[in-house]
Design a protein around this ligand. Structure first.
Ligand code: C5P
Length: 282
């Protein structure tokens, strides 16, 4: 099974909650770049990770997802899981959350539970705020901690160039520095609304903006340079995804994105990948 990545087309931080989390209003877009996961019958439980140096015990969200599903469903913890990792770690594209959601879907099937996606949501939400989105994929709005999902039809129009720096960013430390007062100041900045593939669909108007950029760019000024680089190669919009470190540019056509990729692929301090937005039937 594919375990896809996302970008945040918009990420607004709208409040701070009593539980230490932040209240978000974000728009997730699934992209056609994935890890791959295999689920096989087995009398015991095992997890193997290929392509990345990740723990395979309960520090790994895949193992935690399996334990939680076993605990909540009362089924024995069984199955052989292989995770073939291509997505960046601490990259802001949701790799770990996606792997956890894919585990819930894969084991739901393997164990013959046949639970609806809705029934899996609370377990996903307990594993990470980004996790419920990956049960639905496609295009979706996320509110509350980002885990209250409203799936939307269609997708963003355009081709993405995803830029992955050679370092990651820890999400919790970015939110810890977040100061709501500093975002208020920038409220009047005018952004170009994003374009969707379904003309006339009842979308909220989405302005590409990420409230975490200020903090992340301050801490890693090179990321602002990368953002500008994407703009210089012809992307009308370029943003940080989640808390980074991944950035993406949205190009009007596939050929423009491919030209930009050719230009930027010479660099040694980041890698780039051309990706397309994914739409799901709703
Ligand atoms: O839920 P997840 O473990 O992915 O979140 C990582 C960290 O990011 C949380 O521990 C929290 O500090 C921060 N966070 C937040 N508000 C959100 C989502 C995440 O403060 N809505």
């Amino acid at each position: 099974m594919h375990s896809p990545a996302k970008v945040n087309l918009s990420l607004r931080v709208v409040g701070k909650r009593d539980d230490g989390y932040h209240e978000l209003d974000t728009v997730f877009q699934e992209i056609d770049w994935s890890d791959y996961m295999e689920f096989e019958e087995s009398g015991s439980f095992s997890l193997e990770v290929v392509g990345a140096d990740l723990p395979t015990d309960n520090r790994n969200l895949v193992a935690r997802a399996a334990s939680e599903l076993s605990r909540v469903s009362g089924r024995p913890l069984r199955g052989r899981i292989r995770l073939l990792k291509s997505l960046p770690i601490q990259g802001g594209v949701g790799g770990g959350s996606s792997n956890a959601a894919t585990t819930l879907i894969g084991l739901n099937h393997l164990w013959g539970l046949d639970w609806t996606l809705e029934k899996l949501i609370p377990i996903a939400a307990s594993l990470g705020a980004d996790c419920p989105f990956f049960l639905f994929g496609g295009l979706a709005r996320g509110r509350s901690r980002g885990d209250l999902i409203s799936p939307m039809p269609g997708s963003l129009r355009g081709t993405l160039l995803v830029l992955v720096p050679d370092f990651g960013v820890e999400t919790a430390s970015v939110f810890a520095d977040f100061d709501l007062r500093l975002t208020e100041v920038e409220k009047n900045v005018i952004f170009k609304p994003l374009v969707w593939t379904e003309e006339g669909a009842d979308y909220p108007q989405v302005f590409p903006r990420n409230d975490l950029e200020n903090i992340v760019f301050q801490r890693f000024p090179v990321l602002r340079e990368y953002r500008d680089l994407l703009l210089q190669t012809g992307a009308p919009v370029s943003l940080l995804s989640g808390s980074g470190s991944t950035l993406f540019g949205i190009y009007n056509s596939e050929s423009e994105a491919l030209d930009a990729a050719r230009l930027l692929s010479q660099r040694m301090d980041f890698r780039v990948k051309v990706c397309r937005p994914v739409a799901r039937d709703r």
